[in-house]
Design a protein around this ligand. Structure first.
Ligand SMILES: NC(=O)c1ccc[n+]([C@@H]2O[C@H](COP(=O)([O-])OP(=O)(O)OC[C@H]3O[C@@H](n4cnc5c(N)ncnc54)[C@H](O)[C@@H]3O)[C@@H](O)[C@H]2O)c1
Length: 286
């Protein structure tokens, strides 16, 4: 998927000549971020657990591909020490969708390791370096963490994912308040569903089908990842604390803050709806 960006984009000046590591760059949002950053003139390092996927993204945009498992703290540290990135995008993530009683302890460990520890490894490696380099403004660098609407709203049937993304939102906002005076920016991005391969992954028990993830969040059509990447780069260039997108997600989030009971009841209805959908599927002739 080609980036719609051109070097004439309003924020291109922010990225030109700056180094950026993107984790989970071999697919979906990470791939689109990599392409958008390269189009904006950044020196891009595409890091992914899947080196073939990373190379397929990096090749056409003149970026470097690196095999990286974000659960490996030493490997993350080694890459950050070598690249000394101006921007680190902690984007790699996995999900599980289904009833929580069907989740194995191994799956809990896996999602904690990738979605929480993976981000912690990036922060632990890059933040001290950025603080040492920092002074005023954003001279130290920027850390961009991919959370999710799941980090702001407690949707059922993606419970383990919601837990990890709440952790990423908390880490990002707290770190931002520390980092501001040290010349380091921290941005957390919270999209609702984005049209990427993750929507076809991580089903547990009898749940399956990407409409499971979409209906669970009341989403009719997922966001286009190219448009989303463009929004992320604009938000990071403005050093915004958070990007919550699309507009319907911002409305849901604000409603949840003012009327938590209302949103909790809606979440219970969504779960019931998803269960009914799965039952109908199970009964339907194949
Ligand atoms: N697509 C959505 O609907 C959506 C919505 C909100 C947030 N997110 C978040 O966006 C991020 C990117 O997701 P995506 O939709 O592009 O998914 P994706 O499945 O298309 O891509 C995820 C990439 O991460 C890589 N990865 C997985 N485990 C890794 C590890 N241990 N180390 C390094 N790389 C690893 C995978 O190989 C893959 O290339 C995730 O953090 C996800 O939770 C996605």
């Amino acid at each position: 998927m080609a980036s719609r960006l051109t070097p004439a984009s309003t924020y291109a000046g922010h990225y030109r000549g700056r180094s950026a590591i993107i984790t989970g760059a071999g697919s979906g949002i990470g791939a689109c971020l990599s392409r958008a950053l390269a189009a904006a003139g950044a020196d891009v390092v595409c890091a992914d657990l899947d080196p073939v996927a990373a190379a397929a993204v990096a090749g056409p945009i003149g970026a470097r591909a690196v095999a990286l498992d974000v659960t490996d703290a030493d490997a993350v540290q080694a890459l950050v020490t070598e690249v000394e990135p101006d921007l680190l995008f902690n984007n790699a993530g996995i999900t599980f969708g289904g009833e929580t009683e069907d989740l194995s302890l191994g799956q809990w460990d896996a999602i904690i390791d990738v979605n929480i520890r993976g981000v912690v490894h990036g922060v632990a490696a890059a933040y001290p370096l950025m603080v040492r380099r920092g002074g005023t403004g954003l001279s130290g660098g920027q850390i961009v963490n991919t959370a999710s609407m799941g980090g702001l709203m407690a949707a059922g049937l993606i419970t383990s994912y919601v837990m990890t993304k709440h952790a990423v939102v908390g880490l990002s906002l707290a770190l931002r308040s520390e980092a501001a005076a040290k010349g380091v920016g921290v941005t957390v991005v919270c999209p609702s569903a984005v049209d990427t391969p993750i929507l076809d992954k991580g089903y547990v028990g009898r749940f399956h089908g990407r409409d499971f993830y979409l209906k669970g969040q009341g989403v009719r059509r997922p966001l286009d990842p190219v448009t989303f990447a463009d929004q992320v780069l604009a938000a990071v260039a403005e050093n915004r604390a958070m990007l919550v997108t699309p507009r319907t997600a911002r409305i849901q989030w604000r409603l949840g803050r003012f009327f938590p009971g209302l949103v909790q009841r809606a979440s219970i209805r969504f779960v019931a709806k998803q269960r009914r959908l799965q039952e109908q599927r199970a009964l339907a002739p194949r």
